[in-house]
Design a protein around this ligand. Structure first.
Ligand SMILES: *[C@@H]1O[C@H](CO)[C@@H](O)[C@H](O)[C@H]1NC(C)=O
Length: 234
């Protein structure tokens, strides 16, 4: 009896979680995205620089040149919002001086949450939350027990901006909208190829530019990160 009810709830969970992504692909993506604008936070605090490679319809392609991130261990959760909060507090402690050098580090943006599918329990994903390390700390990143430095080479991102507070629901919508706007483009092929090659473990990434205490002009982005042979674009 116990195993039967377990089975039923398992099926129900799979149905609820599995069903959401495809049914949300309905043509709801008419709200425009503001491509090409740097979030206002980046006028106040340091953000990683990038080159705008292409401004498309509903997306933009950026080229990031070797930013450095401080990243949490994978956090298993069913909620991106909650996993980001968990990670954010670890990173907040870190920049407040809870690191091997007892060094305070300037606040930057964005806080980045990489979402990967997980082998864990139903509907859970694995999240890695990252803080962009200011240029002046990049050569010698203060170490910390539960965090690791992530050094990118050149990386590309297909980006969609959206405003407001990130919710688990809006993230799914915006990620699907980005996928839809890229469909049929050569970028879509490059992203698939990169993910297949295992260069990118994450299915997508959410970048948030505001602290939880800011209510106006909030800017967030969905990123599909990919690597590609540079000779292909020039
Ligand atoms: C996220 O955290 C809040 C507050 O701790 C909790 O009430 C909520 O159920 C969590 N959401 C999910 C989807 O786990």
């Amino acid at each position: 009896m116990a195993s039967l009810s377990f089975f039923i709830s398992a099926v129900l969970l799979l149905y609820l979680c599995g069903g959401s992504s495809s049914s949300r692909l309905a043509p709801v993506w008419q709200r425009g995205s503001k491509a090409g604008s740097l979030p206002p936070s980046c006028e106040r605090i340091e953000c990683p620089s990038y080159d705008l490679v292409q401004e498309g319809n509903g997306f933009e392609i950026r080229r990031y040149d070797s930013p450095v991130w401080m990243t949490t261990s994978p956090i298993e959760d069913i909620s991106l919002v909650n996993a980001t909060r968990t990670g954010f507090f670890q990173l907040f402690d870190y920049i407040q001086g809870k690191n091997k050098y007892n060094e305070k580090i300037e606040m930057t943006a964005p806080v980045m949450t990489e979402v990967s599918p997980s082998d864990g329990p139903f509907c859970a994903s694995s999240f890695a939350v990252s803080f962009y390390v200011p240029a002046k700390n990049q050569a010698d990143v203060p170490p910390s027990e539960n965090l690791h430095a992530q050094r990118w080479g050149v990386r590309y991102a297909a980006v969609r901006q959206f405003s407001g507070f990130v919710s688990d629901y809006s993230v799914g919508e915006e990620a699907a909208a980005l996928q839809a706007s890229l469909a049929g483009s050569s970028w879509s092929e490059a992203i698939k190829k990169s993910q297949k090659a295992g260069d990118t473990k994450s299915s997508y990434t959410v970048a948030q530019y505001n602290s939880p205490f800011e209510f106006d002009h909030r800017v967030n982005e969905i990123w599909l990160l990919f690597d590609m042979d540079e000779s292909h674009i020039i």
